[in-house]
Design a protein around this ligand. Structure first.
Ligand code: GCV
Length: 681
């Protein structure tokens, strides 16, 4: 094999030139964090070029993806091409080794004497190890004496797309669906591969293509063939395809008016009763059909008996009956069922909505088949800016739970506000449920370390669309990136994720990195203070979940009057606190020990309640309402400081977003301030 470096001197000179004059380097944001910029530090550049002189591939099933990525990355960052070499001579060696502790996806990167090795026990580990290596170079890290072992903490790390077959996206704020159903399977948009690359680079290994408010048509042969075409591409990047299934799909007619709107069933039956043998057979046949087209199909995600979707309760059956029937159909093929616990419509379950999901599911703990996982939103309401952890976490000892986080900012300023979600997700993962004594955090439950379970999973509701930069707001890309990194390991350090993202997306200029980090970090807390202070909950209009909607929420979702504000969910109120284990129950129940970020979720708190700062709730509350405006003004100023380090196109785009945020935040503030002043007299 030829063993020489095809070093393209002209390319390096050119790329360095372009880098010095950033303005010449047009950027749309399409590359996301795979924005491979020429390495300008001469010492690092030389060192990287030495390491990347030639590569020995391990003959893995991801070789093509690995090679393609290295081709792009090395060319753009170093101005060199990938050159293959024999094992003994290569400066980068990829190896499959028998190391069970690395699992199927883990890897070990090490370097010594100018040579670097990526070892993995399973082929996918080499893919992820390669992305890690590239990331090190993007972040300007030395490759000398590297010794990194990474094993994902969660098995199935999925994006959930709420994309409809029509091309619209429920709660999508970045254009239309990425999936061009009318063109598939014949025409393959190159973007599908870039989507897979981006996800693989952060460890995402599954994607649910369609909305949980699923059209039955998704399971039609016609659409399954289109799905198979996508699966063929994603498979090259270790990404499995899943589908949201409509529970009434076996019926020829829709079982509910809502389902009718979504296209009705695709089967020939008159029922979708999970105890009916014909229905069971229908799902078995459907599973066989799917696996014939997509042998590594991941399984079904199901929203049942929630917000008008059909489900087993329509036939007086339980969630367990429904989930297990699907599980049995998928089991022979190795598929799983992700059954959602976002179920709250039946007011007879409990007058307080936040209590319903727990009450619906707790009685069935331990009754689900072993290829079922309960996909559970982080909070009991619905992805609000600040919520307590849903007590299903810690409350169900015999059922695997899959956290569902929302990357798309439905209640968090959509694609207008810069809101960095990691601080919120950190709180969620760090929450101690106490289910097996102190330290039984959500992170550990998600990782399967608290209860015995066969597999673990996590889902993030995607914020992608067909906008050129995928997420409309350039900073919203950070939430997608961070979700992937946290799905890989929920305990990944926030600072590390943030800096990696900034460096691989924007710039490695250390002063600029600091400034951008400073912009991002306080945004979630400020947003909460302005739009849902102290865990108040619903504050936006039901029509858009964006503009101020206090009038339609007051006295329904929470109360406010001259005495105080909030919801009494203590033992003297709706008793929601009792769904938590001790000591959380007592901590939340007492207004003095209740964490302030949840004060108004659990208490109707008097305006003169004294906060930890010494201020009254009244003054803290009204001061807080201004916070998003303040952080926005500060961010506008901070952003101007990094102008010289940022390409003009994205720089201006961000200014435009910040200006829109300023206008909308002021409007929200004015309405909030006047409403609460009036209401609190
Ligand atoms: C997909 C909320 C959203 C709905 C969403 C639902 C869910 O209610 O507003 O758009 O539907 O959650 O998660 O199922």
């Amino acid at each position: 094999m030829r063993n020489f470096l095809r070093f393209n001197g002209i390319a390096v000179v050119l790329t360095l030139f372009l880098c010095i004059g950033q303005s010449a380097y047009g950027d749309t944001g399409y590359e996301l964090w795979l924005n491979y910029k020429p390495v300008t530090d001469q010492k690092l550049l030389q060192s990287y070029m030495d390491y990347c002189k030639n590569i020995h591939f391990a003959d893995s099933r991801y070789d093509k993806a690995i090679r393609d990525e290295l081709d792009i990355a090395l060319d753009k960052m170093l101005g060199v091409s990938v050159v293959e070499a024999d094992k003994g001579e290569a400066s980068i060696r990829m190896k499959i080794v028998r190391q069970k502790k690395l699992g199927q996806e883990g890897y070990h990167i090490s370097s010594r004497d100018g040579r670097l090795t990526i070892e993995a026990n399973g082929d996918a580990g080499l893919l992820y190890g390669t992305y890690h290596l590239i990331r090190l170079m993007q972040c300007g890290e030395s490759l000398d004496d590297v010794d990194i072992t990474e094993v994902p903490k969660i098995d199935f790390r999925d994006l959930n797309h709420w994309d409809n077959l029509s091309g619209s996206i429920e709660r999508g704020y970045a254009g239309r669906s990425l999936w061009k159903w009318d063109e598939l399977p014949d025409k393959i948009d190159p973007r599908y591969r870039d989507y897979a690359r981006a996800n693989a680079s952060i460890g995402i290994n599954g994607t649910v293509l369609n909305n949980v408010n699923a059209s039955s048509k998704m399971l039609d042969r016609e659409y399954l063939e289109k799905v198979a075409a996508l699966a063929d591409i994603f498979r090259e990047y270790n990404i499995k395809v899943y589908l949201s299934a409509n529970f009434a799909a076996p019926m020829k007619m829709s079982s509910t008016p809502n389902d009718a709107k979504r296209g009705g069933g695709v089967g020939q039956l008159d029922t979708a009763d999970p105890m009916d043998p014909e229905v069971q057979q229908w799902w078995k046949d459907k599973a066989d059909e799917i696996y014939e087209l997509i042998p590594d199909f991941g399984g079904f995600l199901v929203k049942a008996n929630s917000e008008g979707m059909p489900g087993p309760q329509d036939y007086k059956r339980t969630h367990a009956d429904g989930a297990n029937m699907l599980a049995k159909a998928l089991k022979p093929h190795g598929g799983i069922v992700m059954w959602r616990t976002f179920v709250y419509n039946d007011t007879s379950v409990d007058p307080d909505r936040v209590k319903r999901a727990y009450k619906e599911f707790k009685p069935f703990d331990g009754q689900f088949d072993d290829n079922v996982i309960l996909q559970t939103k982080n909070g009991p309401l619905d992805f609000h800016p600040s919520e307590p952890v849903l007590p299903i976490f810690g409350g169900m000892e015999h059922t695997p739970l899959q956290p569902e986080l929302q990357i798309t900012q439905e209640y968090l300023g959509q694609s207008t506000y810069l809101v960095y979600l990691v601080p919120m997700w950190r709180k969620f993962f760090d929450f101690d449920t106490w289910c097996k004594g102190e330290g039984s955090t959500v992170a550990k439950i998600a990782e399967g370390k608290v209860f015995k379970q066969k597999f673990t999973a996590i889902a993030g509701v995607a914020n992608t669309g067909d906008d050129e930069n995928w997420t409309r707001h350039h900073f919203a890309q950070a939430n997608w990136y961070a979700f992937g990194r946290l799905a890989w390991d929920p305990m990944t350090d926030t600072e590390q994720i943030t800096r990696e993202w900034i460096k691989s997306t924007w710039t490695t200029d250390s002063a600029a990195v600091k400034v951008i980090e400073e912009m991002m970090m306080p945004t979630w807390e400020c947003f909460v203070a302005s739009q849902s202070p102290y865990g108040l909950g619903f504050t936006t209009r039901p029509q858009d979940h964006y503009t101020a909607g206090f009038k339609s929420r007051v006295n329904k979702e929470w109360k406010v009057n001259a005495t105080g504000i909030g919801s009494d969910r203590t033992t003297a109120g709706t008793d929601y606190v009792s769904q938590y284990l001790e000591p959380n129950r007592s901590i939340f129940n007492n207004i003095d020990s209740c964490p302030e970020y949840l004060l108004l979720t659990f208490h109707f708190a008097p305006w003169d309640h004294v906060m930890k700062s010494g201020a009254t709730l009244r003054s803290a509350f009204f001061d807080g309402l201004k916070k998003t405006m303040q952080v926005n003004a500060r961010n506008r100023e901070l952003w101007s400081r990094v102008k010289s380090a940022i390409d003009p196109e994205r720089y201006e785009d961000v200014i435009e977003r910040l200006d829109k945020e300023a206008r909308d935040a002021r409007k929200f503030y004015e309405e909030a301030d006047s409403f609460f002043r009036e209401a609190s007299k």
